[in-house]
Design a protein around this ligand. Sequence first.
Ligand SMILES: [Zn+2]
Length: 151
Amino acid sequence: MLEAQEPLPVCTFTGETRKMSETAPFTVSSFYRFVSEKRLMAAKCNECGTEILPPKPMCTNCFSTNLKWIELDGAGKLLSYTIIYVAPEQFQSMAPYTVGIVELQNGLRLPGMIRGVNPEDIKIGMKLKIGFETSTSLQWPAWTRYFFKPA
Ligand SMILES: [Zn+2]
């Protein structure tokens, strides 16, 4: 598999290869590493077709470990939201900000920050699309974060 290919670029932070493999373990850690490549990925069961987000190493429906990665388009609608006034330390400069639960394709749900719309203009059911930002933090983990914005 990898032996025949060009060496992959190595992350200066971790020494790990930077390009995520489609055979990456089905974990939240892998999920965020895909996000750092501006890809929204979920796990899908090869046995029963259940899609799993955030990814888990075992199907939540049939408990199979026969899974694959699928890429989502990141479009969805807002199911619920809350406005955060008192934020954790690393997000204090952004407060107040809005965090919502977004329903993606096939009913998958993902929480995320909502940007680009005033809190008073946010409406349940509004169409949103995922966006990616490059973290400005030089501290590990310097993973890219995702957010949602009006579609
Ligand atoms: Zn399954």
